[in-house]
Ligand binder design. Structure first.
Ligand code: T3D
Length: 265
């Protein structure tokens, strides 16, 4: 598929979506958002896709909203921009599409992930970073709050004290500390980062896709469920997954002491 501000390809079950405005640290503009929606819809419709890998081109992952974009600029003497409308049109659908994706999502963060760039990465199922990468909740520096799901995911991952510190001070959080705090899954040395991401992508692409996605959905639902509701949800998921081809394959492979060949259904 041809895009201007992103790159997208899907080979061997691995859908790779790369933010591609390196001269702007891959900051989001309106056109990039539209392309992201199209690409995520393509992943959702592509039955050969088994994992989505989200990355950035050039020296960093993403600097969040492009603050020079006309959609968010305040022209002296004019009306202030309606950032709520921008969020509803661009950022909410992005997070919602990622959360509803029928394949696991892997964010590969190198360089800086700032503002909505950071919270977008944190919206993926698994977040890995190169050792030199950093996360910046830059919103407070310009008088905003962490959007793109930031106020939801930060306290869940790192607890209220660290979430508020990150959001109110806007300091760079180095990737190794982010991993120590449980904000992200793992950090790899810069020299091997891309190889480690590829290996993880291949591993996820050969995993029982539906089980992984039900796991994401169940864990997200836990935030609003009672224990009783969550137990019932788990039972429903197990009922469904117990009838899947991947479950049959997983058990047969275990008994036969061979690696499973999951097909994702
Ligand atoms: O619509 C709405 O506004 C609501 C939605 C909001 C969501 C958000 O994401 S709000 C937060 C927006 N992002 C920021 O506030 C981050 C701003 N950028 C920075 O704080 C720093 O650039 C970084 C910490 C990301 C990286 O610092 P550093 O020193 O590595 O790079 P730099 O030199 O500051 O930036 C490199 C270039 O990218 C530079 O351009 P130049 O001077 O080389 O021509 C810089 O202006 C540009 N750049 C970086 N971030 C943005 C940007 N240009 C436009 N928008 C940006 N967000």
């Amino acid at each position: 598929m041809d895009f201007e501000h992103i790159r997208y390809r899907c080979t061997d079950g691995v859908a790779r979506l790369t933010l591609h405005r390196p001269e702007r640290l891959n900051a989001f503009n309106t056109a990039m958002h539209a392309e992201l929606r199209t690409a995520l819809d393509a992943v959702q419709a592509d039955v050969s896709a088994r994992v989505l890998v989200l990355g950035g081109a050039g020296r960093g992952f993403c600097a969040g909203q492009d603050l020079a974009d006309a959609a968010v600029r305040f022209e002296p003497g004019g009306e202030p921009p309606d950032l709520g409308a921008v969020v509803e049109r661009d950022y909410m659908p992005l997070v919602q599409r990622l959360a509803a994706l029928r394949v696991p999502t892997l964010a590969a963060v190198h360089g800086v992930a700032a503002g909505a760039g950071a919270t977008l990465a944190l919206g993926c199922d698994i977040v890995v970073a190169s050792r030199s990468a950093s996360f910046v909740q830059a919103f407070c520096k310009i008088g905003l709050l962490p959007d793109t799901g930031g106020t939801w995911v930060l306290p869940q991952r790192v607890g209220m004290a660290r979430a508020l510190g990150l959001a109110m001070l806007g300091e760079r959080l180095p990737a190794p500390q982010a991993a120590d705090w449980g904000l992200i899954w793992a950090v790899y040395d810069d020299a091997v980062f891309s190889a480690e991401v590829d290996a993880l992508a291949v591993r996820l692409a050969s995993s029982p896709t539906r089980a992984l996605v039900r796991t994401r959905q169940a864990m997200h639902a836990a935030a609003r469920n009672t224990l009783e509701q969550q137990l019932a949800l788990e039972a429903g998921c197990m009922r469904e997954l117990g009838r899947s081809a991947d479950y049959i394959e997983g058990v047969e492979a275990f008994i036969a002491k061979r690696p499973p060949r999951f097909r994702g259904d």
